[in-house]
Ligand binder design. Structure first.
Ligand code: ARG
Length: 458
């Protein structure tokens, strides 16, 4: 395609290092769509005849049908998906195929194809996250009253409800979707027509191709158009952030499924056994989600470092933009699907959660709050009094609400029998009805809002 000025062909090494077809064949649908939009515009502008344009468009459809049926052939001599498609087109329709590349370059072509691909990846991730949210909301609604220990430092802190805990991940997924939506909105401009770097002398209509490909309009600087990969980085940043959330959720399931916790029985369908220990049921899917987050962050880092320090406009380094994006998108889709299945199918052992919430003096703050409210004691002093009560209960190996009133009154005479009502885990969660708090009523309210936002049936 470019051999005119060369006396010798490329070495084997050159062919191998240059070839992107092994991975960029994933762009074939986008490449065909962009070429069809381009040739339609060339005809509308009178740059090619409508007969030639029709021949080319029909030929592109035939190439697409071949790819669909047999896959994209990998010939390193043809370097990439763009030349592979154009060369097959020429085999099918003859020299008129050569008119397709009028007023464009592979530089704006790849920038366009890749944007279209990333846009699809964003839409897929968004759809997957919506399903994850729906699963979270379903389970949270069922467990708005199920009490479990809430942790800080992974130490029992205060009782919360399982519904509240699950809804925390709903909020994270909502922000992930909003980050993806931001990325989509920002990237949705067409670089097609920027040509090699400087634009073109042909009277093209970039608004027309932009519209045909579902972009909001053309980009505004040709140099930037062919060398901008911010859109891929925006996507990877959103994907990396999302993968961190999925990894944290995976980690919760891993901890909860461990025997000492026993808060959850993982679905068989998302667990594996051990080849030596017959009793084992391992949380491999969750562990791989946790592991994949590391790889996705690595993909982000990889492209950031590729782009760092590149002068305008296109450099071949940028061909390396695709593998990390493809890899991250695949890993993210799998991770979202695995965690959706986990949330939907896990068996929560609410009896174990409830029992664990009774341990660790989870309602100590409620005693301190009670002293503040009922006895008008400053919180710092109430905190100290409560600490003494916890110490006493601990020395006797009992829960706070099992201490006799006389012993509590010995610590502070302002305590009376009403305090016991505040010390149950039910009272503790019910009391936390501040906006966004763990009170079952508050959780149910947020679940209802979430269901409405997701358009779920009642
Ligand atoms: N395969 C190339 C890539 O993915 C296409 C653009 C090549 N442009 C060039 N001037 N060599 O980046």
């Amino acid at each position: 395609m470019w051999g005119g000025r060369f006396a010798a062909g490329p070495s084997a090494i050159m062919r191998e290092i240059n070839a992107s077809i092994p991975f960029d064949k994933a762009l074939w649908r986008q490449d065909i769509a962009a070429s069809k939009a381009h040739v339609g515009m060339l005809a509308a502008q009178g740059i090619v005849t409508s007969e030639d344009a029709e021949l080319i468009a029909g030929g592109l459809d035939r190439v697409a049908a071949e790819y669909e049926a047999d896959g994209v052939p990998e010939n390193w001599d043809l370097e990439d998906i763009h030349m592979t498609t154009e060369s097959r087109l020429a085999e099918l329709i003859g020299p008129v195929a050569g008119r397709l590349h009028t007023a464009r370059s592979r530089n704006d072509q790849v920038a366009t194809d890749f944007r279209l691909w990333v846009r699809d990846a964003i839409d897929q991730a968004d759809a997957g996250l919506r399903q994850l949210q729906a699963a979270l909301v379903e389970r949270a609604g069922d467990h708005a009253d199920s009490i479990m220990p809430g942790f800080t430092h992974l130490q029992t802190a205060q009782p919360v409800t399982l519904g509240h805990h699950l809804m925390a991940y709903y909020e994270m997924a909502a922000r992930d979707r909003s980050r993806l939506a931001d990325a989509r909105k920002r990237m949705n401009r067409s670089p097609l027509g920027a040509a090699a770097l400087a634009g073109t002398g042909f009277p093209i209509d970039r608004f027309r191709t932009a519209e045909a490909l579902g972009f909001d309009g053309p980009t505004d600087n040709s140099l930037d158009s062919v060398s901008d990969r911010d859109f891929a980085l925006d996507y990877l940043m959103a994907a990396a952030q999302c993968s961190l959330h999925l990894s944290r959720l995976a980690e919760e399931f891993i901890i909860w499924a461990s025997q000492p916790f026993g808060f959850v029985t993982l679905p068989d369908s998302l667990s594996t056994g051990s080849s030596i220990m017959p009793q084992k049921k391992n949380p491999d899917a969750a562990e791989l989600v946790r592991g994949h987050a590391g790889r996705i962050v690595g993909c982000l880092t990889s492209l950031m470092i590729t782009m760092k320090g590149l002068p305008l406009a296109y450099s071949k380094d940028m061909q390396d933009d695709k593998p990390p994006v493809f890899e991250a998108a695949g890993l993210l889709a799998l991770s979202i699907a695995a965690m959706t299945g986990m949330v939907a199918e896990a068996k929560f052992r609410t009896d174990r959660m409830r029992a664990a919430a009774e341990l660790g003096y989870a309602t100590a703050t409620d005693l301190a709050d009670w002293l503040v409210r009922q006895a008008n004691i400053p919180f710092r002093e109430a905190h100290h009094i409560t600490g003494s009560a916890v110490k006493l209960a601990e020395s006797r190996g009992v829960a706070l609400d099992q201490l006799p009133l006389a012993d509590l009154r010995a610590i502070d005479p302002r305590i009376d029998e009403r305090v016991f009502a505040a010390l149950s885990v039910e009272a503790s969660v019910a009391a936390r009805a501040s906006h966004g708090g763990t009170a079952p009523a508050e959780v149910r309210k947020r679940v209802a809002e979430a269901r409405a936002a997701l358009g779920l049936e009642d």
